[in-house]
Write a new protein. Structure first.
Length: 337
C-alpha cells in the first residue's frame, strides 16, 4: 500500500531570498551609509539626464528574485543637477525597471516624501498632490514605501500598499538630552504640531508652549504671540521640516522677545530652499538640529547640526527584508499624529 507524503508547512524552493540596495541621485551619501551598515555594496545602476531634460536609468546587474530597496528622497540635489521633480521621475523609472526585471519585491525608501505639504485642498480647484504621488508610486509597481516624519500622518491613507512610517523624534530627543540643558521649554510652531511637541517635551522632561501662527498665503506665515511661559527658559522649537526658514527665524525672535534666554530649533527634514541659509545665519538660534533625509547644499551656516538617520533606516530595511516587526524599532511609539 502506497502512502501519501505528509505535506510540509512551507515549500522549500532550495534558495534563499536576497536583498539588493540601490541609490538614486537625490541622496547617495545616505544610501552609502545604509549600505555600509547593512554590510552590502550598493548595486550598480546607470542614471543620467539627457540634454532635453528626460531622465534615464538601467540596472547593471540581474535583480531577478531580489528584494530591491531604492533609496531616493523626493528632493532636489543641486550637486547632481537634480530637481525635486527629476528625483520623483527617477524614482518612478527605477521602480518600473525593477518590476520589469522580475524583482521579487520593490520597496521605495523615500525618507522625505515630496509634495507632502499638499495633502488637502486649501482652496477651490487645487490638486491633492500628495495623493497623486502616492498613486504614482503604486501604479508603477512599488510593493512598499518606507518614509520618515510625514507632514501629516493621514498621507498613509492615500496608499493601499504598506507604508512604514519612521520618526526622528527619538534621535532628536536623545541629542537634546545629551546637551544637559536646564529650564527647558518645547515650543510648538503652530497648533498642528502640538501633539508632536507634547511628546517631544515629555521625552526630555520639558514644559510646552505654543506659537500663534497664521498662513495668509503659501510659504507665508505670520507669528502672533507665545501661549505659555518661556521667560528665563531655554526654548526648543520643534517642527517636521525647515523650508525657507523665514518663519522659523521669526518664531525664534518671538520666543526671545517673550523672555527666553536661549533658543534652539529641531526638525527632521532640512529642505532649506530659497534664502534659508541667510535667514538661519542671521537668526539667534544657538543650534538648528536636523537629519540627513535631505542632503545639505554647500554654504550651510555654522549653527546647523546634522544627525544621520542611516541607523534607523538600516534597522527598518533589515526588518522589512526578514519580515520582522518594524514598529518594534520604536516600541510601538512611532504613531505621532
Amino acid at each position: 500500500m502506497q502512502t501519501q507524503p505528509t505535506p510540509a508547512s512551507r515549500l522549500d524552493l532550495g534558495y534563499d531570498k536576497h536583498l539588493m540596495l540601490f541609490s538614486g541621485r537625490a541622496n547617495p551619501e545616505l544610501a552609502a551609509k545604509i549600505a555600509n551598515k547593512l554590510g552590502v555594496d550598493l548595486g550598480g545602476v546607470t542614471l543620467k539626464t539627457f540634454s532635453n531634460g528626460e531622465v534615464y536609468c538601467r540596472y547593471e546587474e540581474s535583480i531577478r528574485g531580489a528584494d530591491v530597496f531604492i533609496v531616493q528622497p523626493i528632493c532636489d540635489n543641486p550637486s547632481a543637477g537634480l530637481t525635486a521633480n527629476d528625483a520623483l521621475m527617477e524614482l518612478m523609472f527605477m521602480i518600473d525597471a525593477a518590476v520589469g526585471a522580475s524583482a521579487h519585491r520593490v520597496i521605495a525608501v523615500a525618507p522625505w516624501f515630496g509634495y507632502s505639504r499638499q495633502d488637502k485642498k486649501s482652496a477651490p480647484r487645487e490638486p491633492i498632490s500628495a495623493r497623486v504621488v502616492a498613486r504614482m508610486l503604486e501604479a508603477v509597481g512599488a510593493d512598499r514605501v518606507l518614509t520618515m516624519d510625514l507632514h501629516a500622518g493621514q498621507i498613509q491613507g492615500f496608499f493601499s500598499v504598506p507604508v512604514d512610517h519612521m520618526t526622528a523624534l527619538f534621535m532628536l530627543t536623545q541629542y537634546f538630552g545629551d546637551l544637559n540643558l536646564t529650564d527647558l521649554v518645547v515650543v510648538a510652531p503652530d497648533a498642528g504640531r502640538v501633539k508632536l511637541n507634547k511628546k517631544f517635551a515629555s521625552k526630555i522632561g520639558a514644559e510646552l508652549a505654543i506659537l500663534d501662527k497664521e498662513r495668509p498665503a503659501q510659504q507665508v506665515a505670520e507669528i502672533g504671540y507665545v501661549i505659555g511661559d518661556v521667560k528665563g527658559k531655554t526654548a526648543v522649537i520643534v517642527d517636521d521640516m525647515i523650508d525657507t526658514a523665514g518663519t522659523l527665524a521669526a518664531a525664534g525672535q518671538t520666543v526671545l522677545d517673550a523672555g527666553a534666554t536661549r533658543v534652539y530649533a529641531a526638525a527632521t527634514h532640512p529642505i532649506l530652499s530659497g534664502n534659508a541659509f541667510q535667514n538661519l545665519a542671521a537668526s539667534k538660534f544657538e543650534q538648528i538640529v536636523v537629519t540627513d533625509t535631505i542632503p545639505l547644499r554647500e554654504g550651510a551656516p555654522d549653527n546647523i547640526r546634522v544627525l544621520s538617520c542611516a541607523e534607523l533606516l538600516t534597522d527598518s530595511i533589515r526588518r522589512i527584508f526578514t519580515d520582522d516587526s518594524v514598529s518594534e524599532v520604536f516600541g510601538g511609539e512611532n504613531q505621532l499624529f
